[in-house]
Design a protein around this ligand. Sequence first.
Ligand SMILES: [Zn+2]
Ligand SMILES: [Zn+2]
Length: 346
Amino acid sequence: MTWEKNMKTASAALAIALVTVPAFAQNVKITPLGSHEGELCANDRATLFEDPTGVRILYDVGHNLTGADDPRLGDIHLVLLSHVHGDHIGDQKLKAPGAGTCTNSGRVPAGPHSMTAEVAAAKNAVLVMTTDMGSFIGAKIRTITGGKPITPCPQSAGVTNVPVATSCRSNTHLGGAFIARAPNASQSVEITIVYASHANNVPLSLLSEAQRANLGSDGASLVIGPPTGYVIKFTNGLTAYLSGDTGIHTEMKTVVNEYHKANLAVLNLGPSAGTVMSGAYAMNELVRPASVILTHPNEAVTEGGVLRPASRAAALIKQLKSATPHLAISGRTMEFDGTGKCVAGC
Ligand SMILES: [Zn+2]
Ligand SMILES: [Zn+2]
């Protein structure tokens, strides 16, 4: 073959490769990190998202990590926190993988900084959360590292390139968007903070001695700004609504469905903020996603990896009309295409 012909063959092969590879690479990978691998357990919250461009997002560490060095984490570019309740900020951590039971995982105190701050510090990650919570977590990161104050992230044309050199914060309130781009990527991931109908008081164990003494005797704690959810627009078109802990509310229809057009919901269950019927109504009539991932169940949903028919989650699934339900099984990576459909791992 002539040199020219060789080049033509090579470029044809490259063209085929370029056409073929993205078909596999265009999915968003979603991996729940729970207490018991292969199950959906009561205390499960933490979820890892990976955009096709490589941006990696950790949402609500909860009580699910063994530490900032939990080997399931890998690189983390963005750390999201819906609200500061202990089961989200991580006032406790998992004693060991699979410790305790699926109904009550084995946990130990996580110390005065929270697992959210420990992980963000260890990974040099961006805090994507309200400015109230970002400042609170930022102060703890500074205590951990002994470094400079945590400031708003560097941006060029409104975009923050990740990984960042050192932890920074999104500097966004409710309704604000943070835009992150991976090296050499042509598109960005956009994360908007949305409303949640809940509370946002921090565990006393995460306050300074003086605050604890002051507030504890009144059975009160500090409120760190409003509780939130998120809408994440991934580069393949997947638009995920992360509900956070929330009661049913009207913005699920007006903001999440009509404005953002979310096609996937990650729905927090648990009876303190909703019922089987309100959760089903929110999915069927308000958010109307193509798929819904059920998490934060506050009950053992599976046994041997199989849905327990007597669970509240099973009752909710029965009420769903059009959304395809998926359980947030710990350690199982699900892949979603741009339409909100699970195409692998479900
Ligand atoms: Zn909560
Ligand atoms: Zn919760």
